[in-house]
Design a protein around this ligand. Structure first.
Ligand SMILES: *Cc1c(COP(=O)(O)O)cnc(C)c1O
Length: 385
């Protein structure tokens, strides 16, 4: 058995066929897993609108599937916009969720019909007013995303609540529609209570805008953060859905605003498996206890989220028998290209050069993060399983 149970029937045989046909490394994607996760999101949050964060995996097949399933899209650049437009998605189903944008990009989104923009600064808000007049804007607030998240998105995005209030007022004065507030609790967020704090913060902004300025916001964008299945345990998705719905109810009662979710990792992560080949196995001295196992996939062609060993992917091999600790590294001439050294993975002693190593739950942030020709290695390919 090399594939986890959540893959569709016959996936293992299809994976073998792909491995026979294509050179490694490659990502194999099981679209039925994405379909299933999308269904779970819909049933966990029946009142929410799902905006898939395209950056997590921009594969055409993924966008096509989600477009057909009725998803909306959180888009960060004109290039991503073009890609999603190709699948006939109406501009009402898109948001420009990046708070860092050029005027030319704002203009482009507006021309294509997008009317929903994120912001977290005065300069950006003024640009939106100029190049996307009359649009809906939502203000992103800072969250303490470094707590509990394996891949935090803190500090760089969002503003403090006081500034969020000022920006909403300014938006109105500039002829825009102050539509809502957004946050992102950090990616692979394992502490569900972090949503509680973020929602409470939003509630204060809502009340103050209403009471002090007569501005009634209509939407909360709760970003992403739901987990994929890596080594570190997480709660079931259903627990996330229950708890977060309870937090919303506690703060907003029956008067719930429109809720937007922007899942990336949790939708596509578990749908992927990277098939890689062992290029070299060595020891640094004749008495060294650890083997170095170098694979043809590494930091620069798909596994950058192992930086700081933040994301710990489950790993499998085609061999069995007694196991021993290894250091796992990639194929390039850069010493950053070591995936796991602190965390001791144990792999079979029987492993040989040329054997496969499987990296599970690698459907998110792998192909999109891959460099284009470091050391001449091509970007990570993907194939549909
Ligand atoms: C990256 C990103 C997401 C997706 O986050 P995940 O943790 O992968 O679900 C959602 N919203 C915004 C604004 C993002 O930048």
């Amino acid at each position: 058995m090399i594939l986890p149970q959540h893959f569709s029937e016959g996936a293992e045989a299809r994976l073998s066929a792909l491995a026979d046909k294509y050179p490694t490394p490659f990502l194999a994607l099981d679209l039925s897993v994405i379909q299933e996760r999308y269904g779970e999101l819909e049933s966990g949050f029946p009142l929410a609108d799902i905006f898939y964060a395209v950056k997590a995996n921009p594969a055409d097949k993924v966008i096509e599937l989600l477009a057909e399933a009725g998803s909306s899209f959180d888009i960060a650049s004109p290039q991503e916009l073009d890609k999603v437009l190709k699948y006939g998605v109406e501009p009402e189903r898109m948001s420009y969720g990046n708070t860092i944008k050029k005027c030319s990009a704002i203009k482009y989104f507006f021309e294509k019909g997008v009317r929903l923009f994120a912001t977290d600064s005065e300069a950006d808000l003024k640009n939106i007013a100029e190049y996307a007049p009359g649009s809906d804007v939502y203000i992103r607030v800072l969250t303490d995303g470094s707590e509990g998240a394996d891949w935090p998105l803190s500090r760089k995005f969002g503003c403090n609540p006081e500034m969020a209030i000022e920006l909403a007022v300014l938006a109105r004065d500039l002829g825009l529609n102050p539509y809502g507030v957004s946050f992102h609790v950090g990616s692979q967020q394992r502490d569900i209570d972090v949503w509680d704090g973020a929602i409470a913060k939003v509630k204060v902004i809502y009340e103050r805008l209403q009471e002090e300025y007569g501005i009634r916001l209509e939407m909360i964008n709760m970003g992403g953060g739901f987990p994929a299945m890596y080594l570190q345990k997480t709660n079931e998705f259903s627990t996330y859905a229950q708890e977060i719905s309870r937090f919303l109810k506690e703060d907003f009662g029956e008067d719930l605003p429109r809720i937007i979710l922007e899942p990336g990792r949790s939708l596509v992560g578990d749908a992927g498996v990277i098939v890689s080949e062992i290029v070299l196995i060595s020891r640094k001295s004749s008495t060294a206890l650890e083997r170095w196992v170098y694979t043809d996939v590494g930091m620069f062609n798909g596994l950058i989220e192992t930086l700081g060993e933040a994301i710990k992917y489950p790993i499998g091999t085609s061999k069995s028998g007694p196991e021993e600790e290894v250091i796992l590294a990639g194929p390039t001439c850069d010493s950053l290209d070591i995936m796991y050294e602190q965390h001791k993975y144990e792999l079979p002693l029987a492993l040989e050069i040329g054997d496969y190593i499987y990296w599970y739950s690698t459907g998110a942030y792998t192909t999109s993060y891959s460099s284009i020709e470091f050391n001449g290695f091509p970007p990570l390919e993907y194939h549909i399983l």
